[in-house]
Design a protein. Structure first.
Lengths: 390, 256
């Protein structure tokens, strides 16, 4: 079959590889009908995530048709259309039982690698380096999906693939980010980053009762998409001389009640701090660039919440923890517990309350996928979200 | 797509692996620890001298040096064996007091103690989570025969005896005298707080082949006894909680 594989820094290509097989009794094999490139795939593309190996199949946002079943899978049958969560969860460990699915104890065969860096390992992920299990991903014609009795969500007839694909990752991520803000009536939420997750987070924050959302980004197209909903105000961080002042003005001097960092470790900025971050990561003296994290800590109102769906990988410098302490901030973060949100979000989509497909800018074939990585990275051609039909 | 469902990686080995493995018994240890270090040192010196000297004399010296190095590394001297003497400590049950490696690790498994105890008490289950074990044959209630692959990939085997057990709480085993890799271990089970399952604590001692040299060598290759115990415990947890072992063996990958 054809699959998109990682071949090194800024190098992905379409390879011919063997078809996946059932390996464990709870596996299924899915024929992929729609898949996407995630912002976090760019961290792999840019070489920020260690333990990648040439030939690794990428992709953790995918859906399709069940074509093979392991002996223990009773909840699905061949031909079912399913969306698959990007994290693989066993459903039976301490964490899965408490709905903390992305922290599953049992699905990372390389747990010792993650333990070396982080102290403990979370769940195995599709297509996201050997530290996270080294599972072959879904930017391919077929994928093997372990623990199919726990993960895949069956999609009813009548809903297009594009409307439900993002249940695999970015919609639950955006929703969990907004939920983590503990939004109260009257709250104003500031969202850094109008990529796919940030855009969806603005919608989820409004759904969860935010009075208003401030969307922050450097790219005009993306800000325009954010403000398609009139309750969202755009702030161009490149054009705003004093971001902190601007945020205070938009919130009656209080500061945003909660801040969502939907940018993560590869933040860009023009401040002195941002230049420092660039220098440090370029020389491998630091692994993450926390420009947005700093801004959010400084901006957040006292006793507010910082919600961090943006991926951080390693170590970073010069975080104003003193400011966070002085203001009594709450930090909530982590990989999304996708399984927890899929059904409720599917219901909202069915009722017409949410249509995540508005973020899609590029609809391509798998062959065009490798080229799209560069387009997505440079945000060229009005690129917001790339989906591929194998 | 394939019609039949291929054999699962987890417990069922392929046809090839089910055949009798080539058994290579390790020659018995009959050279003492200190003498082995001395042997390697003098062997190395002889080899250096041989290189400097060259000629027939050099060849002889080199040959002798190589022999000394070999008996130091393996702990087995063919000459001693012929003469029926040994300078190694007497092999007893389990692990000689102050030598060898001791590892203690814990893991919490979300299953009742009785279930975990029943699973590990049946020695035939051990290869399902101890990944260096090829096979275990049960001899009787307290004895079993273990077949494993050593760090270097060589197949070795030994007998094991259960020396102590308290059902659902404690299990202690020791390898029989004369085992090529003397080892002993105790598994303790204790209820974890507030419905979290069972705390499984293992204390494991092993006296690897080539004594401490093997340990240092293993550390270089990365497969230390600590890491092995940790990985085996993780696999025990996976098998106990989910019925399978997480793996990606057999999955596709691209050009590399």
């Amino acid at each position: 079959m054809k699959a998109i594989t990682w071949q090194g820094w800024h190098k992905v290509e379409l390879d011919e590889v063997p078809d996946p097989q059932i390996i464990n009794p709870h596996d299924i094999v899915v024929r992929v009908t729609l898949t996407a490139i995630c912002g976090s795939d760019l961290h792999l593309y840019d070489g920020f995530i260690p333990t990648m190996e040439r030939g690794d199949i990428l992709g953790h946002e995918f859906m399709g048709e069940v074509v093979a079943l392991g002996s223990e899978v009773k909840n699905l049958k061949e031909g079912d259309r399913v969306v698959v969560p990007f994290a693989i969860s066993c459903g039976r460990c301490f964490f899965c039982e408490r709905q903390l699915f992305s922290l599953c104890d049992n699905t990372n065969p390389n747990a010792y690698l993650a333990e070396k860096v982080y102290g403990s390992s979370g769940a195995g992920l599709f297509g996201y380096s050997h530290m996270y299990g080294g599972y072959a991903g879904g930017q391919a014609q077929y994928v093997r999906v372990p623990f199919a009795d726990i993960g895949p969500l069956k999609i009813p007839e009548g809903l297009e693939d594009e409307k439900v694909l993002f249940l695999s990752d970015i919609l639950p991520t955006a929703y969990m980010a907004a939920e983590n803000c503990n939004i109260q009536q009257g709250d104003i939420v500031a969202v850094w980053g109008c990529g796919p997750v940030g855009l969806l987070a603005t919608r989820c924050a409004l759904l969860l009762g935010a009075e208003r959302v401030i969307a922050i980004d450097r790219v005009k197209d993306r800000l325009a998409l954010a403000c398609a909903d009139e309750r969202v105000i755009a702030l161009n961080s490149d054009k705003t001389t004093d971001l902190q002042e601007a945020l205070k003005e938009l919130t009656g001097g209080r500061g945003p009640d909660s801040c969502i960092d939907a940018v993560g470790m590869e933040a860009h900025g023009t401040s002195l701090g941002a230049v420092y971050d660039q220098a440090k990561t370029a020389t491998f003296l630091a692994t993450d660039r926390p420009t947005v994290l700093r801004q959010a800590i400084m901006a957040c109102r006292k006793a507010g919440t910082l919600s961090i769906p943006g991926v951080y990988g390693g170590f970073l410098d010069k975080i104003p923890l003193g400011a966070a302490f002085a203001k009594g901030l709450t930090f909530r973060m982590g990989q999304t517990h996708v399984h927890r949100y899929m059904k409720p979000l599917l219901e909202r989509i069915e009722r017409g309350e949410l249509d995540p497909s508005f973020i899609i800018s590029h609809r391509l074939s798998l062959e065009e996928g490798p080229g799209a990585y560069e387009t997505f990275r440079r945000k060229e051609d009005h690129c917001t979200k790339v989906v591929m039909r194998p | 797509m394939a019609e039949s469902i291929p054999v699962s990686e987890g417990f069922q080995k392929t046809e090839q692996q089910n055949q009798e493995p080539q058994i290579q018994r390790q020659p018995p240890l009959n050279v003492g620890e200190a003498e082995r270090y001395g042997s390697i040192a003098s062997g190395a010196a002889l080899v250096l001298a041989a290189i400097a000297r060259r000629g027939v004399g050099g060849l002889i010296l080199g040959g002798l040096g190589a022999m000394f190095i070999q008996r130091g590394l393996t702990g087995h001297c063919a000459l001693y064996e012929r003469m029926g003497i040994t300078s190694a400590p007497r092999q007893r049950h389990g692990v000689p007091g102050s030598v060898g490696v001791k590892v203690e690790r814990s893991i919490t498994i979300n299953r009742p103690a009785a279930e975990i105890f029943r699973f590990v008490r049946d020695a035939r289950n051990l290869p399902k989570f101890m990944k260096h074990l090829e096979r275990v044959d049960v001899i009787d209630e307290k004895h079993s025969h273990w077949v494993a692959k050593s760090f270097s990939g060589r197949v070795i085997e030994w007998d094991v005896e259960i020396v102590n057990e308290h059902p659902d709480e404690l299990l202690t085993w020791e390898s029989a005298a004369g085992s090529p890799v003397p080892n002993a271990g105790t598994v303790r089970l204790k209820a974890a707080p507030n419905g979290r399952g069972t705390e499984v604590r293992i204390a494991f001692e092993v006296y690897p082949p080539a004594g401490m040299l093997g340990v240092f060598g293993a550390k270089l290759v990365g497969a230390t006894p600590e890491q092995e115990v940790e990985e085996d415990l993780a696999m025990l947890k996976q098998v106990s909680e989910t019925g399978e072992v997480a793996t990606t063996k057999g999955q596709p990958m691209g050009r590399h």
